[in-house]
Write a protein of this length. Sequence first.
Length: 218
Amino acid sequence: MLVNGVTVIEAVEWRDEALDGGSQAQVFRLSDDRFAVVKFPENGQGEKVLANEFLSCQLAETLNLPVNRAVMVSIDERLLRTPRQNNKIPPAFSAGIRCGMIRFANAEKVHDATLINAQCSNAPELHALVVYEELVKRGDGRQLLWYPAEGGKRFAAFDYGFAFGGQPIWDATTVVAMGAPTLPASDPFAGGNYVDGSKLESFINQLRTLNADGIQRA
């Protein structure tokens, strides 16, 4: 369904607590049988962590970067009653339209960039990702996962709750004070500095074509 021009997908089943993160996210099955990690505005990190996540991932998707896809999810109160009674979700979490991230099937966390470089078909996209994380001022450590795809593996980044300055609390003044983003110095595969800008050039040129209309469409 559309709400104010935004597609909203209905959740049909609560499945589990998400295992990681400080926002106490919950996993739901959606009406299209995909699974989404959903964050609630009553989480301990505040409402803006949802905006950070949704805006960062929507813009990344516009730029064809490997991230979880951001969606808006409608949560019915009836889905929350049983897990709430079983102390699986915080009692303050409420029904409504919430921010969700589509889960990749059979995904696992990966911490070693050399494994990504050796085994993931989309490994070169990590160079674009490190530029992007400078652009959105991601303040916590990069979080990556990999998942089976097309007979091999692909990687993706997730959890952008700490974008726009490193804390999920920001306003127009603090965003302006962050200053212009800079290019990353460290090559995640080589373990040292980039020798030149050749590995970053393609994505930088893509950013040059991004305008206000493209950002608004995201």
